[in-house]
Design a protein around this ligand. Structure first.
Ligand SMILES: [Zn+2]
Length: 277
C-alpha cells in the first residue's frame, strides 16, 4: 500500500485525535488527499504520508546532514540502554502515544520495535526530521507541527514522550487524558561529559535542577529514574556524534582528539509525571 493511502486510513480511524490548528474546529472528512476542517481549512497528505500543520515556516538548526548523523548514532544503539529502561517504566503500552519533539523519529521507532502498541503519533517542528523519519520507519504516524499551536484535540493521549526536547507543560496537560503520563528524558550532570570538556568553561558544567523543578510544578505522582552508561564509538561514529549534538557544533575537535571521545558517558534522567483529575 502507498504511504499516503496508509496515512489516509490512519487518519480516518483517528480523526478524533486531531483539530484544525487554524480555527480549532474538528476535522470532518478527507477528500482526495486533503484533510478538511469544518471551516474548510485544508491540509495535504504528502506522498510520504506525512502532514504539515505549521502556520508559518520555521527555522530549525536541523540540517539533513545532522539528522542523518542522528540516525546513524541511533542505529548503532547509542540510546538503547536508556530506551530499554524507559520501555520497562511505561505503564500504558497500548494506549495512544504522542512523541512530542520526535526529531527523526528513532526513539519511537525503537519503542515500537520493543512492543509499544496502539497509535503512535510522532511530531516535530523540523520538516527535514519528519521527512527522514517517514522515509525510514513504518507504523508511526509522522507530522510537522508546532507545540505552541498543535493540531491535537484535548484529553486524547495516554502517554506523551518528550525525549531530550523542549516542553510545553500547559499544552501537555491539555492533551493528556486524566491519569495520562508524561515521560520526559533530560540530560544529567555528566551527560556527554567527554565532549563537554572541549567547551568553554561556562558550558562545561551542567545542572538539570531548573528543568526538573519546572516539571515537578506541573505533574503528580512523580518518579525519577537516573540512567547512566558508557558507549564506545569508532572513528566514523565519532564524526556522526560530533554532528549530532549542539555540544559538538561549536567546538574544535581534530582527529588527534578522538582518543578522548572513544568512550562517551550517557548520563540522563527519566522523569515520569501524571495528570490527575
Ligand atoms: Zn479550520
Amino acid at each position: 500500500m502507498k504511504k499516503s493511502d496508509k496515512s489516509k486510513l490512519f487518519l480516518l480511524d483517528h480523526l478524533n485525535l486531531f483539530k484544525c490548528p487554524v480555527c480549532d474546529s474538528d476535522f470532518e472528512e478527507i477528500l482526495d488527499n486533503q484533510l478538511i476542517c469544518s471551516q474548510d481549512h485544508t491540509f495535504d497528505i504528502s506522498k510520504k504520508g506525512t502532514l504539515h500543520f505549521l502556520m508559518k515556516p520555521s527555522k530549525t538548526e536541523y540540517s539533513k546532514d545532522m539528522l542523518l548523523s542522528r540516525q546513524h548514532i541511533a542505529k548503532m544503539g547509542f540510546w538503547q540502554p536508556m530506551l530499554d529502561v524507559l520501555y520497562s517504566l511505561l505503564k500504558e503500552k497500548g494506549g495512544t502515544t504522542l512523541d512530542a519533539g520526535c526529531g527523526e523519529g528513532s526513539h519511537s521507532a525503537y519503542l515500537r520495535e520493543r512492543g509499544l502498541a496502539g497509535p503512535v503519533i510522532a511530531f516535530d517542528i523540523s520538516k527535514e526530521g519528519i521527512n527522514l523519519g517517514a522515509a525510514t520507519y513504518e507504523d508511526l504516524f509522522f507530522l510537522v507541527a508546532d507545540l505552541a499551536q498543535s493540531p491535537f484535540q484535548s484529553e486524547q493521549f495516554d502517554t506523551i514522550l518528550n525525549i531530550l526536547s523542549p516542553s510545553n507543560y500547559k499544552e501537555f496537560k491539555r492533551l493528556l487524558k486524566d491519569g495520562g503520563q508524561v515521560i520526559k528524558v533530560i540530560p544529567g550532570q555528566d551527560y556527554l561529559i567527554e565532549l563537554r570538556s572541549f567547551q568553554t568553561k561556562e558550558r562545561q558544567f551542567y545542572s538539570n535542577e531548573n528543568v526538573k523543578d519546572k516539571f515537578i510544578e506541573h505533574f503528580e505522582d512523580l518518579e525519577s529514574h537516573p540512567v547512566r552508561y558508557a558507549v564506545e564509538l569508532t572513528d566514523r561514529e565519532i564524526k556522526d556524534f560530533l554532528k549530532m549534538t549542539p555540544l559538538g557544533w561549536n567546538v574544535k575537535v581534530t582527529e588527534n582528539d578522538y582518543k578522548s571521545l572513544r568512550k562517551i558517558t550517557v548520563d540522563m534522567e527519566i522523569l515520569i509525571g501524571n495528570k490527575t483529575a
